[in-house]
Design a protein around this ligand. Structure first.
Ligand SMILES: [Zn+2]
Length: 273
């Protein structure tokens, strides 16, 4: 199953679809996809990782997915070519999906051999890779799953043990428990360090553009937010969300100076309607 977010086709395992415009080499058919290329970001700065792919920065790099401990993030739809591998041989951006994994250095920042992946990030990436293999009819083995450095000259994905990664993929591919169910259980995010869910409400103090007494509803997938008129409207929205997701809709209270405020309103470029 897939999710269509404003024309971007993603695995339904995604917990977040980034609304920013990322670099892309144009549209393609999903049937063109033959390979999945595994990457490491060489940083745990999630916003920093995907911000380098912004079209406005013109770095000409991007990835289809970014995987963290807590999220499987859709960045460039599978139906668009992400610029992640630089391949000129059999494996190219046009015939592959690029999955970036957050990782961190435990030693010399400039030494790729010190960058380690967390177990949870590897599990999330493997689950996503298994779902893609199943859905696109690709073999969940080394004929499909490639390291970036097998495609072009790079240290990426640093210390990743590809055989271990493929074993994890096969565990999900052959597993009886639905991968979608597992992600659903851990997809709810909270205030610190995580990323915003697609729907939430918030209040802002310390910014003249917002009435601090007003509760605003935001839909980050649609890139919009609006002020709610009264408590009844808020309750209706909360009830619909709970009925459809089984969870409480997150509500945030931000000071205009807080980093979360900047990420939500400026970083996500939400438009008031
Ligand atoms: Zn890479």
């Amino acid at each position: 199953m897939v999710k269509n977010i404003n024309g971007d086709i993603y695995s339904d395992l995604i917990t977040v679809a980034r609304p920013e415009a990322f670099w892309s080499g144009g549209e393609r058919s999903l049937s063109a996809i033959r390979y999945i290329v595994i990457h490491g970001t060489a940083t745990t700065n999630i916003v920093g990782a995907y911000s380098t792919w912004l079209k406005s920065r013109n770095n000409q790099t991007s990835a289809n997915y970014l995987v963290t401990d807590n999220d499987i993030m859709g960045c460039v739809g599978e139906n668009f070519i992400a610029w992640h591998s630089g391949g000129t041989g059999a494996i190219t951006n046009a015939n592959s999906i690029g999955i970036e994994h957050i990782n961190s250095s435990i030693g010399n920042y400039n030494d790729a051999s010190t960058y380690l992946f967390s177990n949870q990030t590897l599990e999330n990436g493997a689950r996503l890779t298994a779902e893609i293999c199943k859905r696109l009819g690709l073999k969940p083995d080394r004929s499909t799953i490639k390291m970036h450095r097998e495609v072009s000259a790079t240290a990426c994905p640093q210390t990743l043990n590809i055989d271990d990664y493929v074993r994890r993929v096969q565990k999900y591919y052959n597993g009886t428990q639905s991968a979608a169910t597992q992600t659903q259980q851990q997809s709810t995010k909270t205030q610190s360090g995580g990323l915003l869910p697609m729907e939430f409400t918030f209040q802002v103090s310390g910014d003249k553009a917002y009435d601090p007494r007003t509760v605003y509803y935001a839909n980050s997938a649609r890139g919009i937010y609006r002020g709610l008129t009264d408590i009844d409207e808020w309750n209706v929205i909360k009830n619909i969300y709970k009925d459809s997701t089984g969870r409480d809709m997150p509500h945030y209270k931000w000071d205009a100076k807080a980093p979360w405020y900047v990420r939500a309103i400026v970083g996500m470029q939400l438009k008031k309607i």
